[in-house]
Design a binder for this molecule. Structure first.
Ligand SMILES: O=C(O)C[C@H]1C=CC(=O)O1
Length: 92
C-alpha cells in the first residue's frame, strides 16, 4: 500500500543544541534504515520549510503508524497521511 505523507517538524527553539543534534542524527539513521528496507522510497524537502513530502510503501495502516511513531522526531512532528490508489489514466 502506498501512502503520501507530509511531515512538518517543529523543534522547541530553546532545545539544547546537543540534544537537537542527537535527535537529528538519530532521525537520519532511522530514515536511511527505512529507505534501505524499501519502505520509504521517496523523501523530498519542501522548499523553504522544515518539512518533507514522503512516499511510504508498507503492507498496512498499522505498519505505517508503527514506522512513523518509531521516528526520533515523531514527538515534534505534525504528520498528515494520504492513502494512494492507482489512477486509471496512468501509463503502467
Ligand atoms: O528533516 C525532515 O524532514 C524530518 C525527518 C525526515 C527524514 C529525516 O531525516 O528527518
Amino acid at each position: 500500500m502506498l501512502f503520501h505523507v507530509r511531515m512538518d517538524v517543529s523543534l522547541p527553539p530553546d532545545l539544547d543544541p546537543e540534544v537537537r543534534a542527537d535527535l537529528v542524527a538519530r532521525e537520519k539513521a532511522r530514515a536511511l534504515e527505512l529507505q534501505r528496507a524499501g519502505v520509504w522510497p521517496q523523501l523530498w524537502r519542501i522548499v523553504g520549510e522544515y518539512a518533507n513530502f514522503s512516499i511510504f510503501d508498507v503492507p498496512s495502516n498499522d505498519t505505517l503508524h508503527d514506522l512513523l511513531s518509531s521516528l526520533p522526531l515523531f514527538p515534534y512532528m505534525r504528520v498528515q497521511v494520504t492513502p494512494l490508489a492507482h489512477h486509471p489514466s496512468k501509463l503502467d
